[in-house]
Design a protein around this ligand. Sequence first.
Ligand code: ADP
Length: 360
Amino acid sequence: MACTMIGHNANELVGISLVSGVTLVDKSGNAIAENANPIIISIRTGETSEHRDLSLLNVSNNKVTPISLIVTPTSGAGSSVVVTMRDIAQELKEESERMDFISTASHEMRTPVASIEGYLGLAMNPATATVDARAMDYLTKAHESSQHLGRLFRDLLDTTKLDDGLIKVHLEPVELSSLVRQFAEAQAPNVQAKGLNFQFGSGFENEQANGLRMSPLYYASIDKDFLQEVVNNLIENAVKYTPSGKVSVFVTGDDHSNRIIIEDTGIGIPRDEIEHIFQKFYRVDNSDTREIGGTGLGLALVKQRVEAMGGQVWAESEQGKGSRFIVMFPRLSDEAYNQQKFLFDNQQAQLANRAPQAQQ
Ligand code: ADP
């Protein structure tokens, strides 16, 4: 079977190395360089690795097959490795059909939902319609549900777009504490509208612990639109799942990493649910959450966005006491930031200069 996939017969493989017998190519069909070849890397490092973004070239008929590749060293670095390859062409095809269906369906359904929402809005507006109190109550509920449906379709569409590579990540060097402050402060009225206190803070972890007030600069390379979605989503959740108390946003970090922390004093998350909440459509189902509306897509979107920017996100919580969501990005040194910022600004200036010419 392996011989059929790689295009060599068993006799040809005797005495030649595994690496020369297995020709791996990337998504564009280009051969993988030696220093990026996972088999070679695993032999050198002794670490197991798994990949789903590579294909196998059959050298006798030039057929390319997408594969799942697992490389497992038999002992430490320098040892031999066991390579497991599985043809995933059918799996990828089905995945892509599923995504196509979801994205077309959600796209098509957004238009009528927006129109229902619009007409309900008109019916509820005393300047455009007259309804009695009971009808207003029904309309309000219908309006809330149509808004929920609209959010569901928007989130579904957004998650499938990134999965499909239709949304591109535009990384740029930024200073995180001022940017997150700006995003968080725009959300402050929503926090306060629910009667919750809002707090924003920034500073090194140790300095905060020592009570020193400092505003260091936290440089990172992120996509501003993605980050705004992430911060908004986490603050919206904090508000939604907090009946009383406080929502706080901090930017902090150490020499290597930046952390954005969104903390609340709400209902918290049961310990055995924490590992699931970032899955699509997963909602904690208990007496505390049943009355609170949601789609179960917000955190899946947050995780997808954060990881697309090279970061990590996780949650810590104590049920009944509150939750803390931590988003971590690698920290750029001042030097790396200045260098990247210079290049980025230059690139933007060039693009701006080119745009008017393109229109002529
Ligand atoms: P939803 O639309 O249901 O809020 P999310 O994906 O944003 O979907 O969140 C998934 C689940 O995680 C929620 O249903 C809720 O049970 C839990 N959750 C998320 N944020 C919080 C929070 N700040 N406090 C308590 N539970 C939370």
